[in-house]
Unconditional design. Structure first.
Length: 418
């Protein structure tokens, strides 16, 4: 993609899912924006206008101020008229109402319900099972011979299984969950979408709802020790959670919990293959370098391309003013290549201290599953790099066309057992 420096082409390119399948071109574009117009008013065709935020410190300042910048009514990029269409079809304001659509006090109350599951002691209890699933994933890779598509054969299935076990979705329903997630997140990719019709998008949510209504009924009849039982039986005072919020909760966990992690895992492997000296360094220092390598992979990939916020008051930023009621888009992938923060940001370094990256967001909505994601990726890489060697690219990698959650959709590799 050639560098674009003028409107409306630049504005339209940034919201065009095909741009996001050209990682290098996109990063060049963001580099230009960081240097020349870090707080830029965009007016792309078919979208309500918004501010584009590309510098690390600006993203952090906005995401860190939950009062001044709220998530509702525009947490992510959607075409003009979507909101009205949802209201006309469903008779309610939200199609989905999950943590990312909420602001305080609801956000805090709902987040508290499950956050214990994703940190500390509870997470440590999951370690043995995660290790087991990582082992099975590498068994599967080796059983496939000397070549596979690392995304389609390994990376998507492993985090999917982990999160579905935590949520309480049985293995036989995983394929359905994967399909629905890809249709929801990657609805703009020709391989993932049902069609371009917005009605089809509504139908994806209706399919999630159907499935999750049955899950709630089952867990109310007979609670188990999974997160679905916790959500289905939770009460605020004497009241159970409303259906919209219950299904929103399942949906955010079921979707945010795997596509992101698989994209980081696959993108991390591509970065290692493209940087053999870094691969060598990691393989020879697995224990000491694993934590930094995993965060570097997540910084490098930044699979969640953006979230949005809306200002509740005027907010001066650099030489502009974001007025109350205006929305901003936080381009995490751009912040994570900001040279004011990361030395040589376009170098992939397994020993970089990259934990301050913004790939998990920042502030009150910071990723609930960040520790789980790191645990899963470390377990898989430990298993992979101790049992498999000479991993190299065996074909052209392909990227998902999505402005929301993206990354590789195909990564052909060649390898041999150690
Ligand atoms: C490498 C993998 C992952 C990445 C890059 C990632 C990224 C993100 C980002 C950028 C946000 C929004 C933060 C913000 O608005 O400030 C988020 C929120 C969230 N993530 Fe993740 N995520 C990952 C894995 C997971 C996993 C494994 C789970 C499993 C439960 C998860 C669950 C959530 C939830 C529930 C939220 C909403 C939090 C809130 O609004 O309070 N994520 N994630």
């Amino acid at each position: 993609m050639p560098l674009i420096t003028h409107s409306p082409d630049l504005d339209n390119a940034l919201v065009n899912p095909t741009t996001w399948a050209d990682e290098l071109g996109l990063h060049r574009q963001f580099e230009w924006l960081r240097e020349n117009d870090p707080v830029r008013w965009l007016t792309p065709d078919g979208f309500d206008p918004f501010w584009s935020i590309t510098k690390y410190s600006d993203i952090k300042a906005i995401a860190g101020n939950k009062k001044l910048f709220i998530n509702d009514p525009r947490p992510t990029l959607g075409p003009k008229g979507l909101q009205e269409m949802v209201e006309a079809v469903t008779g309610r304001k939200h199609l989905i109402r999950s943590l990312v659509q909420m602001d305080d006090p609801d956000h805090m109350a709902y987040r508290r319900l499950t956050q214990g599951w994703f940190m500390g002691q509870q997470l440590r209890l999951l370690q043995a099972r995660v290790d087991e699933l990582a082992k099975q994933s590498v068994d599967r890779l080796l059983a496939l011979g000397n070549t596979c598509d690392f995304v389609k054969d390994v990376a998507i299935w492993y985090p999917l299984r982990v999160i579905m076990e935590i949520l309480g979705v049985p293995a036989e329903d995983e394929a359905l969950m994967l399909k629905l997630t890809q249709e929801l997140f990657g609805s703009t990719d020709p391989d993932n979408q049902r069609s371009f019709a917005q009605e089809d998008f509504l139908q994806v949510v209706a399919d999630f709802d159907d499935y999750f209504d049955r899950l709630t009924a089952a867990r109310r009849r007979q609670p188990t020790d999974d997160v679905a039982s916790l959500i289905a039986n939770a009460k605020f005072g004497d009241d159970p959670l409303p259906r919209l919020e219950i299904n929103g909760y399942y949906t955010i966990i079921a979707t945010a919990g795997h596509d992101t992690t698989s994209a980081s895992t696959a993108g991390g492997l591509l970065a290692l293959m493209n940087n053999p000296a870094q691969m060598h360094k990691l393989v020879n220092n697995l224990d000491s370098l694993m934590p930094t390598a995993i965060d570097e992979m997540i910084r490098w990939v930044s699979p969640v391309r953006h979230f949005m916020r809306t200002a509740t008051q005027d907010f001066p930023l650099r030489n502009k003013t974001i007025s109350s009621g205006e929305s901003v888009i936080l381009w995490y992938a751009s912040g994570n290549r900001d040279q004011d923060i990361f030395e040589a940001p376009f170098d992939f370094r397994v020993d970089r201290q990259a934990t301050k990256h913004l790939a998990f967001g920042f502030g009150g909505h910071v990723c609930l599953g960040q520790h789980l994601a790191r645990m899963e990726m470390s377990a898989l890489y430990r298993e992979l790099l101790t049992r498999v060697t000479d991993i190299e690219l065996a074909g052209e990698p392909q990227y998902i066309q999505s402005t929301f959650v993206g990354g590789l959709k195909s990564l052909p590799i060649r390898y041999r057992p150690k």
